[in-house]
Design a protein around this ligand. Sequence first.
Ligand code: UDP
Ligand code: MG
Length: 315
Amino acid sequence: MLISLIVPCYNEEEAMPLFYQEAARVAAQMEKSHGAEFEIIFVDDGSKDGTLRVARELHDADPRVRYVSFSRNFGKEAGIYAGLKAAKGDYVATLDADLQDPPALLPDMLDALLTGDYDCAATRRTTREGEPPVRSWFARMFYRIINKMSDTEIVDGARDFRLMSRKMTDAVLSMAEYNRFSKGIFSWVGFKTKWFDYKNVERVAGTTKWNFWGLLKYSIEGIVGFSTAPLLMAAGLGLTFCVLAFVGIMIVVVRALMFGDPTSGWPSLVCIILLCSGVQLLCTGIAGEYLAKTYLETKHRPIYIAAETEEDLDA
Ligand code: UDP
Ligand code: MG
């Protein structure tokens, strides 16, 4: 039984050795308890620091460590995809390099899969301690909105930390879309999932790769990727304004017939024009967002480009 650990890394030279130590400890323990063998695949996502060097060193020291190094930064979602593709394991886990996804949970997760009742063991945070309150608030809003809009359930607090069977891994790989939103993809493919709760852990070293705009973009990507409700809302908004305009025209015409047409009321006119053009631009923008995604999707660009793997090093 081989278990693949997939670790997307962007500028994680400090965290990687710590991750490796912890993963190796858990691997040794699980070799005894479950007879499991391990491979650790670091995906260097175009890092600017020594991530690739550390990956090479770790591979030299321990052949169980493999790596894929991207030609530039493609984002964590691409990293996960590349890792899943490279993985040879019967079971495949995705974890962050900063030990915020504790490998110590793996034995319990594997036990759940070995019962045969589940194809996936997933984790979610029960607390958001150590996170700025504003960020937590936006996160909660995001989950509420996306779950209203999308038929695919996106679990609040769910991490990308999962252990999956080979069946589910292949299903995820079969979704070769360019705009990847893993939280949605994992849920979309289905399969029985057992959830593990744990308290938020702070990263061991390095800094978070997320800022407010990054997260906002990520959440829009998630909504556009797994719901077309905004398009319907745009159409609904357009319809509402048409009805309002029709009623308005009636009132204006009747009033003009009854009382004549004194030239006044331009401030309200300006407000109406501004409001309507604003709504129009918003709706065009929403439609444009979907068009943009379609555009990128139809180009069939590769999700990532690997510049080097451990096979290149060995050759
Ligand atoms: N990551 C990546 N590519 C990116 C950004 C992040 O591979 O462009 C990796 C990062 O190295 C880490 C994981 O994704 O292993 C999660 O990132 P981070 O810890 O910064 O996010 P947070 O835990 O703060 O949400
Ligand atoms: Mg982290």
